[in-house]
Design a protein around this ligand. Structure first.
Ligand SMILES: [Zn+2]
Ligand SMILES: [Zn+2]
Length: 184
């Protein structure tokens, strides 16, 4: 808001005059309820000497109410004052909007960072899963290679070409068992 500038009231205005005697200089003027400006010499009370209407007289002074003073102010000054108010309102609301926008930017950045972290985590899990799959495949293959020994398959009947080699093992074990029981 612009600081109030102390100035004489009413300020110098080329249009200001007594509507009866047309003088422009003087200390005491009044405006009537019928809209006429009169100097103290032309009428301070009673009917309007310009139009004859029964009217009230309001002394023109700095004591007038703001809505009455307004009629004696420069329209340009009024416009500037309003412009200052409008600018202040606009700046306040823009600052508010910027705060909200900054909050949205901050939230968006946090979400982006969380998504990047989740993507990295997903990549790690996918590599772990791939590693486990390979390990599982290797274990299954190894189990298939050893399964004929456990199941007592007849060598040569298993589909696995490595089966006969593994199936030869129980024979040795049986021999060992017989060797163990022999002393009894
Ligand atoms: Zn006059
Ligand atoms: Zn009048």
């Amino acid at each position: 808001m612009l600081p109030p500038v102390p100035a004489p009231f009413p300020p110098a205005m080329d249009w200001f005059h007594c509507n009866k005697c047309f003088r422009q200089e003087g200390a005491r003027f009044a405006v009537t309820s019928c809209g006429h400006v009169l100097c103290a010499a032309c009428g301070a009370a009673g009917p309007c000497p310009v139009c004859g209407a029964a009217c009230r007289h309001l002394p023109i002074s700095s004591q007038m109410r703001p809505q009455e003073k307004l009629f004696f102010k420069s329209p340009a000054a009024i416009a500037l004052q309003h412009l200052a108010s409008i600018t202040q309102v606009w700046r306040f609301q823009r600052a508010q909007a910027e705060l909200l926008l900054a909050s949205h930017h901050h939230a968006a950045r946090r979400h982006r960072e969380a998504m990047e972290a989740a993507k990295r985590e997903l990549g790690v899990k996918e590599r772990e899963l791939e590693s486990l799959r390979r390990e599982n495949t290797e274990l299954r293959r190894a189990q298939e290679q050893h399964s004929p020994a456990c199941g007592g398959h007849i060598p040569g009947t298993h589909g696995d070409p490595t089966a006969p080699a593994a199936a030869q093992l129980p024979g040795g074990q049986v021999t060992t068992a017989q060797t163990y029981y022999t002393p009894l």
